[in-house]
Write a protein that binds this ligand. Structure first.
Ligand SMILES: [Zn+2]
Length: 294
């Protein structure tokens, strides 16, 4: 799968490809610090949105689209200037609602990395309605700018007028705002504790059903996903999908999953068990281990 990265590099302007090759630590998993970006601007002669737009093929190289064969790449910029890449993920053989969109991958990448707000999202195709609604959940939705190839930059609210959002359901704190939920689970297992820690950081203001997933791979790597709920419900991003999108950004094959742990609140209004089980079954024979926290 590193081949996809090499192919994407060839689509970039020569000076940018050269600058990236000399600066990036391999394997590239889709993160660039603000300092990296500054250095790339100097080395490549591209600046601002031009640089981000030029790097979209690299973001799209993380795509796994066995159904649509339509590779979408997105780059989210955090408030301090760091960049988080993401791409679409489709699970062959499973219902399409299990899919992760590129914007969701990039946003969840930023969130899992500790970002608490975004200023821009750069995408190689116009954001679909589902993604516009997903982005409207962000605590930074009012300031978020959408950057598309060949178009004037527009605020999210330009792309989603008359929006229905968190405030319509009485929720004042949006997705990615720093928060933490008190969840307790007595279990010494490190993977369970990793999932518990992420469940505490998950966002479920409507169902009050925090949840997270931790996946352990054969080489010892652990990938996590938090539940990200949405005021319109359907665009919510389930924790299993978020963890699988992280694996895709690391180009780790799903056949490498050795254990899969879900932690969710014991008395939540909803449960992630069936959805996570179905998504996992589409890509791995591993059985989901379910833990309920109080
Ligand atoms: Zn979308």
């Amino acid at each position: 799968m590193a081949f996809a990265f090499e192919t994407a590099l060839k689509q970039l302007p020569e000076e940018l490809a050269g600058a990236l090759t000399s600066r990036l630590t391999q394997p590239f998993t889709g993160y660039l610090s603000a300092e990296d970006v500054q250095a790339l601007e100097q080395d490549s002669g591209l600046s601002g949105h031009d640089l981000l737009l030029a790097m979209l093929p690299l973001a799209a190289s993380f795509s796994q689209a066995p159904v649509s064969h339509f590779e979408v790449g997105a780059i989210a910029r955090g408030r301090n200037g760091d960049l988080y890449f993401g791409a679409n993920l489709e699970l062959a053989g499973e219902a399409l609602f299990h899919s992760v969109h590129a914007e969701q991958s990039a946003i969840s990448h930023a969130w899992l990395s500790g970002e608490t707000g975004l200023t821009e999202i750069v995408v190689n195709a116009s954001p679909c309605g589902h993604c516009r609604q997903f982005m409207n959940e962000l605590n930074s939705a009012d300031e978020l700018v959408i950057v598309l190839p060949g178009q004037d930059n527009g605020a999210l609210h330009h792309y989603l007028p008359y929006a229905f959002g968190p405030k319509d359901l009485g929720v004042e704190v949006g997705l990615m705002a720093a928060s933490g939920q008190a969840l307790q689970l007595q279990d010494a297992d490190a993977l369970v504790q990793a999932a518990l820690e992420q469940a505490r950081l998950s966002y479920a203001p409507y169902s009050h059903s925090p949840a997270a997933v931790a996946l352990a791979c054969r080489d010892g790597q652990v990938f996590v996903g938090r539940y990200a709920e949405n005021a319109a419900f359907n665009p919510s991003l389930p924790p299993m999908q978020m963890a699988l999108a992280a694996m895709a950004r690391h180009r780790v094959g799903f056949d490498q999953i050795q254990r899969a742990v879900l932690v969710e609140k014991a008395d939540g209004q909803i449960s992630q068990v069936n959805a996570a089980t179905a998504a996992l079954a589409a890509i791995s024979p591993v059985t989901l281990e379910v833990n309920r926290a109080s």
